[in-house]
Design a protein around this ligand. Structure first.
Ligand SMILES: [Zn+2]
Length: 145
């Protein structure tokens, strides 16, 4: 059976980001991912957390990710413990359980995949600006939201 993300109408760019994300999630913190290239700690915030999926998706308080979470707020409807940044709608989590992370990935909705893709863009842009721009031009079949 195909992974569900291959059945949804997602742009090539989004599909590639999700594939990269899945690959990253399945490998054991290898240093070849697009994050963790320089060191294992998040370079977007001051938490000195390992920059893994959980940190990036839920805990990282950098503004870019907080605003991104705000735009995809409904994806976090089941997760408690949000800290909002003023009244902007942007938020991060102080802590998140392994179970919440698991359930989050089980959703496999169109919006969740877009969120993962934009997360990859946010964190990986520095190393692959050219590539990202190229694939934006090539994006096809994606409805504007
Ligand atoms: Zn961070």
């Amino acid at each position: 059976m195909l992974p569900r993300y291959l059945e949804l109408e997602l742009s090539r760019h989004v599909l590639r980001n999700i594939a990269r994300f899945r690959l990253r999630a399945l490998t054991l913190r290898v240093e070849t991912g697009c994050w963790q290239i320089h060191n294992r700690f998040c370079d977007k915030c001051d938490l000195h957390d390992i920059q893994d999926e959980k940190h990036v998706l839920f805990l990282c308080p950098c503004l870019e990710m907080c605003y991104l979470r705000g735009r995809f707020e409904e994806q976090f409807a089941d997760c408690t413990g949000r800290t909002y940044i003023g009244d902007t709608g942007a938020f991060y989590f102080d802590n998140i359980g392994a179970e919440d992370v698991k359930l989050f990935f089980l959703k496999q909705t169109y919006k969740l995949f877009l969120f993962l893709s934009e997360t990859m863009d946010t964190f990986c842009l520095a190393g692959s600006v050219q590539q990202a721009q190229q694939s934006t031009h090539l994006a096809e079949g994606l409805n504007p939201l």
